[in-house]
Design a protein around this ligand. Structure first.
Ligand code: KIV
Length: 271
């Protein structure tokens, strides 16, 4: 068993140490109290209150519509459930790009109103000023490069990023910029495994991959995808650990049948 399973509270310092000792970091998303309790009890290191809540909780087609108030609602529910994991919250689209003052006030609202431990932001050199301003207020920042879903309309598709050398070069430079700016960790999404491995070796902060191979310092998946609650989304990188859609559907069908047949409630279920 890993020494880090015994750690009572995951901090950014613990994550840094895990990288030094080549101990892999496990991260998942959560958006509500009940799921976050299960993840924390299972020993997850980082819970990301991702803006993927826009897709899996609210049913939108992209991460763009979710608002800061909605992220605060999800994050405060998660924080109430957690005693060990580090809780990181996505700054939603439109609350930090292009205006570092607004970025800081968005990050402050998240920290003050949710009790979370850090924020995550998508982008490299373009958001450097915002990252630095947030960090200067003592708020830890996680970076996010590669496929950055808030820019989906610029990319046009969800295909693997940075296959071309020019994009790979920019990603290497952005990773360095985010490290120098003071980010405590970096998510890399849907990029070639070799490139992710190279970046991981070139920076001191931990890298967390999603569709970025096995040469990174940790992995993240969207909870609803790995549990098989979502069905339509099945990229190559996704390992499903359960088929919860079918499990829940079966349980609900059994309940409906029991209600219709008056089998439920029985004598022992009545007062
Ligand atoms: O919002 C999210 O769930 C994310 C992960 C995919 C890293 O950003």
């Amino acid at each position: 068993m890993s020494f880090y399973n015994q750690v009572r509270k995951i901090t950014t310092h613990v994550l840094f140490e895990m990288k030094l000792r080549n101990e892999k970091i496990a991260m998942l998303t959560a958006y509500d109290y009940s799921m976050a309790r299960i993840l924390d009890a299972a020993g997850i290191d980082i819970i990301l209150v991702g803006d993927s809540a826009s897709n899996v909780m609210a049913g939108y087609g992209t991460t763009l519509p979710i608002t800061l108030n909605e992220m605060i609602y999800h994050a405060s529910s998660v924080v109430r459930a957690v005693s060990r994991a580090l809780v990181v919250v996505d700054l939603p689209f439109g609350t930090y790009q292009g205006n570092s003052k607004e970025a800081l006030s968005s990050a402050i609202r998240i920290m003050k109103e949710t009790g979370a431990h850090a924020v995550k932001m998508e982008g490299g050199s373009e958001i450097r000023e915002s990252v630095e301003r947030i960090l200067s207020a003592g708020i830890p920042v996680m970076g996010h490069l590669g496929l950055t879903p808030q820019s989906i309309h610029k990319f046009g598709t969800y295909v693997v990023r940075a296959r071309e050398e020019s994009e790979a070069m920019k990603l290497r430079q952005d990773a360095k910029i985010l490290e120098e700016a003071g980010c405590f960790a970096l998510v890399m999404e849907k990029i070639p495994a070799q490139l992710a491995g190279e970046v991981t070796k070139s920076i001191r902060i931990p890298t967390i991959g999603i569709g970025a191979g096995n040469m990174v310092d940790g992995q993240v998946l969207v909870l609803h995808d790995m549990l098989g609650i979502t069905q339509e989304f099945s990229p190559r990188f996704l390992r499903r650990y359960h088929n919860l859609f079918a499990e829940i559907q079966g349980a609900v069908q059994n309940y409906i049948a029991d209600v219709r047949s008056t089998d439920f409630p029985n004598q022992s279920e009545m007062y």
